[in-house]
Design a protein. Structure first.
Length: 478
């Protein structure tokens, strides 16, 4: 069995496998911050798929206005969260922890509160809020709690090299760590020694003059010594390079740092892996065995296994890949990777969040609101006359077209395979995925005078693959 499916112990729990769903914005909750039917359905679906650890989307530890964001800021929210925890546990073997967050104020005028505006009393209140929220997480029966110290939010802004404070909470790394360490120490004291406490923070800010892995290693070491049981590494997602839109609040994922946070199709697979690798090496060099969660466009079994084998991470985080196919863990465990519905990494989900709209996967059948559930075993088929795969070279691009496939339930999409005869001997590898509504694909990653090979394969709601088309050889004119 793959190393990914070996049980993995944390402080008080044993994960059934090394696959992790990192916290992911859904915008499914209402303004009241309560768990609703949509939230329950989304996370039960993930649990059915067999992922080892589910980190619930960030929920506020305080009562500031925030729009559609879950809350854990008072006991009023405990019944809904307890029910959600029970439903997730009943649905599958997954362990589940809430990610808890504090954020500063932001206005549509473009104004935003910064950490240097906080009084010492307000800083003390943040520590109190995190401690109380962590206790509520334990009382709700969760398997642990994750402290959000990443991206554009309060604790991350204290850690940032751009932290503008001039007192004991700003300037040197030791000072910038002061509040995050106070939070960890308070949470650990409040929840006790038999409850898992994780932290998600930035391995690299990905902004000008922001910190890099050179600071992230020491940050991880100090957090681990303070009592955290795992560190989860992200990147970017900062206000400092966010795109300014008049009349709209800043959204911290619209600049380069936002691209680095969620690497899209233009980035290579595993684009951020050097970050967890460096942080893990720093931890091990300090004699600490604290597990590291690696993330950032990790969508294939081969790559996930390499992350563990190469020491780039102990656990493998994948948000968008699991959004596209929540059943990915069960399929990998059963040796059925060829039935996985692969993420397009087109970041439509990111754009929906940016527009403050419900976050669904663009691959899902419209209006379903979930990844489809199907036990079908019959693969799709091409028309009797064949797929009719053809290509046109235009403006330095290759445009592929084909006939629609059919299925007893529904065609879900098409895989595009490509090979380069000059470098790979014509071996075909997965190149892209296309939604079922489209029977065309435009390849812009070609060069003049290049020789390429293409083939298309349809798949259905269960991920069953139909026959691959004949290979089409294409020469791009010089």
């Amino acid at each position: 069995m793959s190393v990914l499916f070996e049980p993995f112990p944390l402080r008080n729990v044993v994960l059934p496998n090394r696959l992790v769903l990192p916290a992911m914005v859904t915008r499914l909750s209402g303004e009241d911050g309560l768990v609703n039917d949509d939230i329950r359905a989304r996370y039960v679906r993930f649990a059915r798929g067999g992922v080892g650890l589910i980190v619930l989307e960030a929920m506020a530890v305080h009562g500031a206005k925030s729009g559609p964001l879950l809350r854990i800021s008072s006991d009023d929210f405990k019944p809904g969260l307890s029910d959600l925890r029970a439903r997730v546990h009943d649905a599958g073997p997954s362990k589940v922890v809430p990610q808890i967050i504090h954020f500063l104020k932001i206005a549509r005028s473009g104004w935003r509160q910064t950490v240097d505006m906080l009084s010492l009393e307000e800083i003390d209140a943040i520590v109190d809020a995190y401690g109380a929220a962590a206790v509520r997480a334990r009382e709700c029966g969760f398997d642990g709690v994750e402290l959000h110290m990443a991206h554009a939010y309060t604790l991350s802004s204290f850690l940032s090299r751009l932290n503008p404070r001039k007192d004991a909470y700003g300037g040197s790394l030791a000072n910038r760590l002061r509040l995050p360490l106070r939070v960890v120490e308070r949470v650990r004291r409040r929840v006790g020694d038999d409850f898992t406490v994780g932290v998600r923070f930035l391995g690299e800010e990905c902004i000008r003059n922001g910190y890099t892995v050179l600071d992230a290693g020491p940050i991880a070491i100090e957090l681990a010594r303070a009592g955290v049981d795992y560190v989860s590494l992200s990147a970017g997602g900062k206000f400092e390079d966010a795109r300014v839109i008049e009349g709209e609040p800043l959204y911290p994922y619209t600049g380069y740092s936002g691209d680095r946070c969620m690497p899209g199709s233009a980035y290579p697979d595993g684009a951020n892996l050097y970050i967890p690798e460096a942080v893990r090496a720093a931890l091990r060099g300090a004699g600490l065995e604290t597990p590291v969660i690696a993330a950032g466009k990790l969508g294939s079994l081969e790559l996930a296994e390499k992350v563990v084998a190469r020491g780039q991470g102990d656990l493998v985080g994948m948000a968008r890949a699991l959004l596209a196919d929540p059943d990915l863990p069960n399929k990998w465990r059963a040796g059925r990777e060829d039935t996985v519905v692969r993420c397009l990494y087109g970041n439509v989900c990111k754009a929906l969040d940016e527009s403050f709209r419900r976050v669904d996967c663009t691959l899902w059948p419209k209006k379903l609101g979930q990844a489809p559930l199907s036990a079908d075993t019959e693969p799709p088929a091409w028309p009797a006359a064949g797929a009719g795969l053809r290509a046109e070279c235009k403006d330095g691009r290759v445009l592929l077209r084909w006939q629609a496939a059919s299925d007893n339930e529904a065609v879900y999409g098409y895989q595009v395979f490509r090979g380069e005869r000059a470098t790979t001997g014509g071996a075909l590898v997965h190149h892209a995925s296309v939604r079922a509504l489209s029977t065309r694909y435009e390849d812009s990653r070609v060069v003049a005078g290049g020789d390429y090979r293409y083939a298309i394969r349809p798949y259905d709601l269960a991920g069953n693959r139909g026959p691959m088309t004949d290979v089409l050889d294409v020469h791009v004119p010089s």
